[in-house]
Design a protein around this ligand. Structure first.
Ligand SMILES: [Fe+2]
Length: 264
């Protein structure tokens, strides 16, 4: 059974808008194409999440199927990454099966670019695998926006703890449209990795990349038109204080947790 967590926001809309937020599904599947070693790895990872979730009646695939069925009651659905626990043929096949033909927005998490859990993160691998990962999902996982009932819903990639100047330009263009904005991303804005303090042990961002990332984070926090930020990554439902706004961190869908954002 899904476990909804509700966030209510008040923008003075003529008609209420309902957004479904999903995060951290952690598909952990492998098949003959992936090989025996990955099949063993996948089984161990499935067991890890089954235990972490407290032995639920549904597996991550089942929870995503339930959530996508539930999404029919919403005006928009945003998935903030870690849909895959690791890259595999079987995870790709299943993502296409469950999400194919469905409407949603998607931005990646750090696990989307992980070939096997425990492998060091790598910017080069992310760049190399970007097109392949995008092929499993609709939309644009680096930056996508849509107006939903007078609210500007924006999904931005920060899966490897960096933002870019291009994303900032696109975000400013969305803000200029004059509607209240909601930003969705994988990593919470107060996440130490996103601040690069301390630096990520595997990902060596340049000084320029770190400065740009901090600039974009500051812009999101300080820009009054951006009303709230929705992320995942921690697998538990929490909030973070971002200046005078709130960051809503959603627990993992592998536990059945879904976020219902109701705006009036
Ligand atoms: Fe995760």
């Amino acid at each position: 059974m899904l476990k909804p967590v509700t966030v209510k926001l008040h923008f003075g809309l003529e008609k209420p808008v309902r957004i479904l937020h999903l995060s951290d599904v952690h598909f952990s599947l492998a098949d003959e194409v992936d090989g025996e070693d990955m099949m063993k790895h996948a089984a161990a990872r499935r067991n890890t999440f089954f235990c972490e979730a407290g032995y639920p009646e549904r597996d991550p695939v089942g929870f995503l199927e339930d959530a996508m069925e539930y999404s029919k009651d919403f005006d928009c659905t945003v998935i903030t990454g870690d849909l895959f626990d690791f890259m595999s043929h079987a995870n790709g096949v299943m993502a296409k099966k469950v999400l194919g033909g469905k409407d949603y927005m998607f931005c990646a998490g750090n696990h989307e670019f992980c070939p096997k859990v425990g492998t060091p993160d790598s910017f080069a691998r992310k760049e190399e695998k970007m097109d392949e990962m995008q092929s499993f999902f609709r939309g644009n996982m680096v930056f996508e926006s849509r107006i939903v009932g007078g609210v500007n819903v924006i999904a931005m990639d920060n899966s490897y703890y960096t933002w870019t100047e291009e994303q900032l330009d696109l975000l400013k263009a969305e803000v200029a449209r004059g509607l209240p904005c909601l930003v969705f991303a994988h990593s919470p804005l107060t996440c130490a990795h996103l601040d690069h303090n301390p630096p990520h042990k595997d990902l060596h961002a340049s000084e320029e990349e770190v400065a740009t990332t901090r600039k974009v984070t500051k812009y999101i926090i300080e820009e009054p038109a951006i009303k709230a930020v929705f992320t995942g990554h921690y697998h538990n439902t929490l909030t973070e204080q971002l200046g005078d706004k709130t960051g809503y961190i959603l627990g993992g869908l592998f536990k059945g947790i879904v976020g219902e954002i109701v705006i009036d």
